[in-house]
Design a protein around this ligand. Structure first.
Ligand code: NDP
Length: 407
C-alpha cells in the first residue's frame, strides 16, 4: 500500500490526437448520464472530475482529464503515445515511474523486461478493461497492483459486437462501398447477404459483455448458446432460452455465429486455432471484440480465403498497432475496426472517472474496489481471481514497433 502524501511519478500512455488536431468539433452536445451498471454495480465515483463528459479524453491532449488533479497534489504526470521499442518515450520514462496508466486500445506493453528495469513501479492501471498487456505473472512476482475499470465499457463493446454480427451476416460494408463507388449493383451487393433471424448465435464467455450480447441478440429471434468457466444462474438461462455448452468445441459446432468475450490469458491464447476453426460449419462467422491473440491470425486468414469462414469481424489485434502487412488488414470478407469499441466518447467519460477514483484511493491509502482489482498482494485478486489465470500473454508484443518503422 502507498503512503498518503508521497509525491509520485505517473506515466500515462494514450493514443495519438486526431490527425486534424485537438480539440475536435463534437457531433453531439451531451451524453446520457447513467446511474448504475446493469448488474447494479455503481458508476465510477471520484470526489470530482476536471473534464466534460463527452469530450475526447483518451488521446494525448485529452490526458484522461487528470493533469490538474495530479499536479495540484504535487505529482509528476507524463503523457505520451510513443510506447514501442527501446528508444520510445515510454521505455525511458517507466524506469522511475511509480504508476503507469495505459489503455488496451493503444497498449503500453508492460513486459517482464520493462518491469525488471522499473524498481519503483507499484501500480498499473488499465484505463478500460483487459489487462493482458501487462505481464500479469511478473506483476504477481513483483508485488505490483494491477487494476482496471470493470464495466466501464462492457456495454459499449456489446453494442459493437451486435453491430458486427449484423454487418457480417447482412454484408453491410460491401453494400456501402457500392454506393461510394457510384454503383447500383444490387445483385453484387446481396450475393453474400443473409438474415440473422433463426441462426444459432453463441458467445464464448458470458461475463459482463457476453451476457449483454446475449440479451441484445434475443429480440432478433435467434437460437442462443454460450460456454463459460462458470454457468449463468438457472433463471437467466431460462429467461434467455440459452443453451450451455461444456466447452468451446461444442459451442462452435452448434453455431452459425460465434462472438468471443473472454479475457486473454494463458488458457485462452490462440484458442481459435486451425483445429477449433475447422470444427465450425462452413459459412460460419466469428466476431472478436475480446483480444486479437485469442485467435490464430494465420488460421483466421486462411479460413476466410478458403471460404470455410464466411466472415470475420474483429475490433482487436495482436500486437496493437498491427504492422501494415498484418494479414487481417487484407484478408477477404472481414469487417475489422482499429480497437474502437470500448473507447466511444461515452465510454471515455466512465473510464477517465474510474481511473481518477482508483488514483484517489491509492494516494489516500484507501482500498481499491474489489471489482477493479486484477492483481494485488502478489496474487490474482478481485475480478482477476475470477476471470483470469496466472501467467503472461504479452509474448511477441515487440512486433508493435514495426507499425512505426514499417519494417
Ligand atoms: P468479465 O470479467 O465480466 O467476463 C469475462 C468472462 O470470461 C467471465 O465470465 C469469465 O469466466 C470468462 N472466461 C475466462 N476465461 C475463460 C475460458 N477459458 N473459457 C470460457 N470463459 C472464460 O469481462 P468483460 O465481459 O467485461 O470483458 C471481457 C473481455 O473483453 C475483457 O477481458 C477484454 O479482453 C475484452 N474487452 C474488450 C474491449 C474493447 O474495447 N474491444 C473493452 C472491454 C473489454 P468466469 O469469470 O465465469 O470464470
Amino acid at each position: 500500500m502507498n503512503s498518503p502524501n508521497e509525491k509520485q511519478k505517473i506515466v500515462c500512455v494514450l493514443y495519438d490526437d486526431p490527425v486534424d488536431g485537438y480539440p475536435p468539433k463534437y457531433a453531439r452536445d451531451d451524453i446520457p448520464m447513467l446511474t448504475a451498471y446493469p448488474d447494479g454495480q455503481s458508476m465510477p465515483s471520484p470526489s470530482a472530475i476536471n473534464f466534460s463528459p463527452g469530450d475526447l479524453l483518451g488521446c494525448v491532449s485529452g490526458e484522461l482529464g487528470l493533469r490538474k488533479f495530479l499536479e495540484d497534489r504535487g505529482h509528476t504526470f507524463v503523457v505520451t503515445s510513443d510506447k514501442d521499442g527501446r528508444n520510445s518515450v515510454f521505455e525511458k520514462e517507466i524506469v522511475d515511474a511509480d504508476i503507469v496508466i495505459s489503455q488496451p486500445f493503444w497498449p503500453a506493453y508492460i513486459t517482464t523486461e520493462r518491469i525488471a528495469k522499473s524498481p519503483n513501479l507499484k501500480l498499473a492501471i488499465t484505463a478500460g478493461i483487459g489487462s493482458d498487456h501487462v505481464d500479469l505473472q511478473a506483476a504477481i512476482d513483483n508485488n505490483i497492483t494491477v487494476c482496471e475499470v470493470t464495466f466501464c465499457n462492457s456495454i459499449s463493446v456489446s453494442e459493437h459486437a451486435v453491430m458486427m454480427i449484423l454487418a457480417l451476416v447482412r454484408d453491410y460494408i460491401p453494400q456501402y462501398n457500392w454506393v461510394i463507388k457510384g454503383g447500383w449493383n444490387i445483385a453484387d451487393a446481396v450475393a453474400r447477404s443473409y438474415d440473422v433471424e433463426g441462426m444459432n448465435v453463441g458467445v464464448l464467455a458470458a461475463g459482463r459483455i457476453g451476457l449483454a450480447v446475449l440479451r441484445r441478440m434475443k429480440p432478433f429471434d435467434v437460437k442462443l448458446h454460450y460456454t463459460d468457466r462458470h454457468r449463468l444462474p438457472a433463471e437467466v438461462e431460462k429467461e434467455l432460452e440459452v443453451t450451455f455448452h461444456k466447452d468451446a468445441e461444442s459451442l462452435v459446432r452448434a453455431c452459425d455465429i460465434v462472438s468471443i468475450h473472454c479475457p486473454l490469458h494463458p488458457e485462452t491464447e490462440h484458442l481459435f486455432d486451425k483445429k477449433l476453426i475447422s470444427k465450425m460449419k462452413r459459412g460460419s462467422y466469428i466476431v472478436n471484440t475480446a483480444r486479437g491473440k485469442i485467435c490464430d491470425r494465420g488460421a483466421v486468414a486462411k479460413a476466410l480465403e478458403s471460404g470455410h469462414l464466411a466472415g470475420y469481424a474483429g475490433d482487436v489485434w495482436f500486437p496493437q498497432p498491427p504492422p501494415q502487412d498484418h494479414p487481417w488488414r487484407s484478408m477477404p470478407n472481414h469487417a475489422m475496426t482499429p480497437h474502437t469499441s470500448g473507447t466511444s466518447l461515452s465510454a471515455q467519460a466512465r473510464y477517465a472517472a474510474g481511473v481518477r477514483e482508483i488514483l484517489e484511493c491509492w494516494f489516500d491509502a484507501k482500498p481499491i474496489r474489489d471489482e477493479y482489482l486484477i492483481v494485488q498482494g502478489g496474487k490474482l485478486a478481485g475480478t482477476g481471481a475470477h476471470s483470469y489465470s496466472e501467467g503472461d500473454a504479452t509474448g511477441g508484443s515487440d512486433e508493435a514497433t514495426r507499425f512505426k518503422t514499417g519494417n
